[in-house]
Design a protein around this ligand. Sequence first.
Ligand SMILES: [Zn+2]
Length: 443
Amino acid sequence: MMFDLAIKNGLVYKKGEFFKANVYVKDEKISAISSQEFDSKEEYDASGKWVLPGFIDPHVHFHLTVASWTSVDDFYTGSVSAAFGGVTTFIDFIDPVSNLKELDRAFKERMELAKDSVVDYALHSTIANPTDPAEEIAKRSKELGMASIKLFTTYSSTNRRTFDPYIDDLLALSRSMGFVVVVHAENDEIIKRFEGKDVLPKDHSKARPTIAELSEVIKLAQISSYREGQLYIVHTSSGLTAKEVLERFPDALGYTLVLESCPHYFYLDDLYFAKENGQLFLMTPPLRSEEEVELLRENFDAIYTIGTDHCSFKKDEKLSGKYTREIPQGIGGVEFSFVLMYTLFGEEVIDKFTENIAKVYGMYPEKGVIEIGSDADIVIFDPKKEWVIKEHHSASDYNVYEGFEVKGKVISTISRGEFVVKDGEFVGKKGRGKYIKREEIYW
Ligand SMILES: [Zn+2]
């Protein structure tokens, strides 16, 4: 038999271990992992490199319109940037909907935008104070391949908040119906104290304090534990949240509760907001204090997945506002997520970018592992290379991580057996990415 691609002599990652082997690809799938030599149409020498499963970013916002702004990375530029970061699958969100009719429409609209993607993608369903029953929303979301439903516990002023009775309904249904309840958790009552007021970026973390996240997460963790639900908390920003969850719900983690966090909460503290041009760093939930960043690093075990919440804007747009409500929220990061986290924690981050996400979001074992039969999504990674972040491939004109010294570099990215980045050069094609349907998820 003739294989399509052979990745030779690399150190292949599998279940926390590395071993030297050749990986053979046929018809977009991994079809042999062996120390033997087989014939192949194309060969790639990975000597001295790691051969990792393609990374999955479970949280990006490409072409997201909020208020009068639209994030600048569309599905093409965003996915190119992702590919340079070793990301072979990402999950975006449909616009928030409150009933079944809107759900179908929002899905269609997002799919139309997403078809430009270079790598594979999935979508989260997104709801905002729904009027149709939880069971129907969940059923339809699953049929569309979105067995993960995102909601906000805040933003009631713009009618995006979903209230506790509905969340309780969803959590009670989630395990039996096979879907995940994905939550942006901040205590709306606490947030409302400053909502609509003149808040400067330097006060952003005071207006949306740690206790707003902590109190909401603890409450939801309790409900999920009681209902045996499948609860996924996005963008955990506070080290205290991670610590308290680890102490109070040790058995829940990975079963009724998963915490996601993002690289910026491990690298940046709220003093960045106080800098000149602090607007450039603005995102929600906000950056926390230096102590909290330290605490988050110390409680890394509580964090099961890393997403970026990639939502980039241009400098001008960020700098044109003075108060937080006049500034579009969000920063880029999909391209540097893995190397940033690898620099801090080494190889223990790999599962949090691959297998954990695939399992939690219903893409396992097609994605997230190097196994026979899995999609040939592969990253060739140089674990020793030390470098300084400079160029990026996002459509934005700045990068908050510029000048950061990191360790480890993505050399090549392979999506379903095809190079999209090869030895640092983009070789992918617009629109070759495929929609990944996720109809059932059981933790
Ligand atoms: Zn987000």
